[in-house]
Ligand binder design. Structure first.
Ligand code: ADP
Ligand code: MG
Length: 674
């Protein structure tokens, strides 16, 4: 047997492969592995059926081209015989057969012999064998892909292979007998697997390659003389390349009532037939198998479809040929070569991979999200018939999980979700940045104004007080002066707030018990009777590094806002929780809530919805700045629509438990935001 099968009979042109898994699906022995998203043929597993070359729309699967070697043969002095497979009328329907023989001869072949004579001989031998061994259960052995399939994947059935050579090998033996043992024999046919079938034949090319050779040698029917086949001339077996052709030649049929023969062709049927034969379900005496749906559908044909048109071409050719066959001559030829040895021995060559354990298969299936029977969609998108077969192929290193479409789609969805989440985070960060920029600018402006205003305000207050003391208490001007003092005090409060906000602050981090601290913040504000305060601590470790003075401002500002949002009473909840590195503070109320449009503005300096004299709009911008200075985050969730559920607002603050003091100590608003 030739070893060509291990030397890449079929291979992938990587640039062309678009990884559609069609070849995986069509490969009857799963000899194609997907590695890093590329489909690669495993020569050791390949049976040379060439299905992948037929189905690949990108022409990424190609078979080895041996036409150059034939050219070299023809340059040589040695006599060369072309053995033409009986399927040729299905390929060269556009060229009259005598012209075709003339063209082959013009290439330099000394003889052109019809392989159907070899097929006639093989038929005779099958008939004799089946008669002599009526109890033997046999499998036909003339299709090399079937022979490889049995040797590799059902080695126990090798003894069932009929020990008779193929028509190609038979023809080669006859040709050498007739034209001399040193002639070079080139087989021309529709099959790729033949290229590796036997080293009794010197070279094998396909019809496709022959057409290319004609083109390269500028040989056309017009440039050639007609010629006839060289003897011996074939007879009835010209019908061989059609499914059931051999049975017809043997005068047998697979009629259920008449014969004990099962015929199966094509990649699904031949495997089923072998499986049932092996299991003993099928008790037939003989399995007549072809890997393709007849040799006329072989991968070496230029057109891969049109089964029925091709069948018609063969039928017409055979009918015409038999009408002019010199039966006497043919019988004489049969008698001449009948004594030759047409036997063939086959060896098992087990290529089966041991099946992985059920646990390992389950693990892989779990990894692909297939935990329940209904998760096994068996959709076949990966190229394997079932999810379990796909899992086994993954374990055998032939496939990847990404080939599972539902799994990949889910992964894609998750990636999109993650992407959306990071987009959202990015948008939030952008918003914060904008807010911080605004605060920084406002801070500088406010600091300047506040500084300028403080002095005149002090003077107004001071002189108003002096005047108040100098004027008798019952003077009507006293009332006016009191208003001046009161309003000046209010101005000072606003200016104080501005200064607080704009101060080039430094944080003075101190280890603090946050639970006690929160209780203390509540004590420093006035809580109306109709408001209940809940402090809930879920902290495992209450100790946190914060600037106490600033943090007091954060909490009291939020708490005061909450109280003001609940004029008719309600509940103010402070909830504290922590992880090893972070602390979370929720300050929530059951107040009127904040409208969606206002929610975007609450951290903007001077934004207030409170009446004049009540709010300055500086509280939350101050809070925001301080939280950021503590490397923290603040978010506000609120509902102001009673139809959507209970109204109220919740400020959620998260800060690290301990910011490294030195790296942080001197940060100002502007600096830390950059
Ligand atoms: P001020 O309290 O001086 O108005 P803030 O900066 O503290 O300024 O608050 C800005 C605005 O945010 C408030 O005027 C109010 O509209 C809204 N706000 C803040 N906290 C709450 C809350 N807990 N419930 C409802 N609205 C709130
Ligand atoms: Mg406020």
């Amino acid at each position: 047997m030739s070893t060509l099968i291990n030397n890449e009979l079929v291979y992938t042109v990587k640039d062309r492969c678009r990884v559609c898994y069609t070849c995986v699906r069509e490969c009857p022995v799963k000899a194609i592995k997907i590695i890093n998203g590329q489909a690669e043929v495993i020569s050791a597993r390949c049976i040379g059926c060439g299905n992948c070359t037929k189905v690949c729309s990108q022409k990424a699967k190609v078979f080895v081209d041996t036409s150059q070697k034939v050219f070299e043969f023809l340059k040589n002095e040695q006599k060369t015989v072309a053995c033409l497979a009986p399927s040729f009328p299905a390929e060269f329907y556009d060229i009259p057969y005598k012209k075709l023989i003339g063209m082959i001869k013009q290439l330099g072949f000394d003889y052109v012999v019809d392989v159907s004579f070899g097929a006639d001989m093989v038929t005779l031998k099958y008939q004799q064998y089946m008669k002599e061994h009526p109890t033997n259960r046999t499998i036909s052995s003339d299709c090399p892909a079937i022979v490889y399939y049995i040797r590799h994947y059902h080695p126990e059935l090798v003894p069932s292979l009929t020990p008779i050579c193929s028509p190609m090998v038979a023809t080669s033996r006859i040709v050498r007998e007739k034209y001399g043992s040193n002639v070079r024999v080139v087989f021309i046919g529709p099959c790729i697997a033949k290229k590796a079938e036997s080293n009794e034949v010197d070279q094998i090319i396909t019809f496709k390659e022959l057409r290319n050779i004609f083109e390269q040698a500028y040989i056309t029917p017009e440039t050639c003389q007609e010629a006839e086949f060289d003897p011996p001339v074939g007879g009835k077996a010209s019908i061989f390349p059609v499914t059931r052709g051999k049975l017809y030649t043997m005068n047998k049929s697979d009629d259920i009532c008449e014969e004990n023969i099962i015929v199966a062709s094509g990649k699904t049927h031949f495997r089923e037939a072998i499986k049932e034969f092996e299991e003993g379900l099928n008790k037939s005496q003989h399995l007549e198998l072809l890997c393709c749906e007849g040799c006329i559908m072989g991968p070496g044909m230029t057109e891969s479809n049109k089964l029925y048109t091709k069948t018609t071409f063969i039928r017409n050719y055979v009918r015409e040929k038999l009408s002019r066959l010199n039966k006497y001559e043919w019988e004489q030829a049969i008698k001449t070569y009948e004594k030759l040895d047409f036997s063939q021995h086959f060896n098992p060559a087990d290529r089966r991979i041991p099946k992985p354990s059920n646990d390992a298969i389950e693990n892989i299936l779990h990894r692909m999200g297939k935990t329940k029977p209904e998760d096994h969609l068996n959709c076949g998108a990966c190229g394997y018939d079932t999810c379990t077969e796909h899992a086994i192929a993954i374990l055998e290193g032939l496939a990847e999980s990404e080939m599972c479409l539902p799994y990949t789609i889910e992964k894609l969805h998750n990636s999109i979700k993650e992407l959306n989440l990071s987009n959202e985070k990015l948008a939030n960060a952008q918003l914060s940045l904008k807010q911080s920029e605004k605060l920084a600018t406002m801070g500088q402006l406010s600091a300047g104004i506040a500084h300028e205003l403080n002095n005149p305000l002090g003077i107004i207050t001071m002189y108003s007080h002096i005047l108040k003391e100098e004027i008798p208490p019952d003077d009507p001007i006293q009332k006016d002066l009191s208003i001046i003092v009161e309003q000046a005090e209010r101005c000072k409060k606003i200016v104080g707030g501005l200064l607080n906000f704009a101060r080039k602050n430094q944080v003075n981090l101190v280890e603090t018990d946050l639970v006690k601290f929160s209780e203390h913040t509540i004590q420093s504000i006035i809580i109306p009777d109709n408001i209940r305060v809940n402090i809930v601590s879920k902290m495992k470790n209450p100790l946190v590094y914060i600037d106490n003075e600033q943090w007091m401002q954060v909490m009291t500002n939020i708490e005061k806002n909450a109280i003001e949002a609940m004029p008719n009473g309600g509940i103010l909840t402070i909830q504290l929780s922590d992880t090893e590195h972070e602390v979370e503070i929720y300050i929530c109320d059951t107040g009127m809530g904040i409208s969606k449009e206002n929610l975007e503005k609450i951290y903007t300096p001077f934004f207030t919805t409170k009446p004049i004299g009540k709010g300055t709009g500086l509280g939350l911008s101050l809070v925001y700045g301080i939280v950021k200075m503590h490397h923290g985050q603040i978010i506000c969730e609120s509902n102001d629509n009673p139809q959507k559920g209970p109204t109220g607002t919740c400020f959620k603050i998260r800060i690290p438990r301990n910011i490294k003091f030195n790296s942080y100590k001197s940060y100002s608003y502007e600096k830390y935001e950059s």
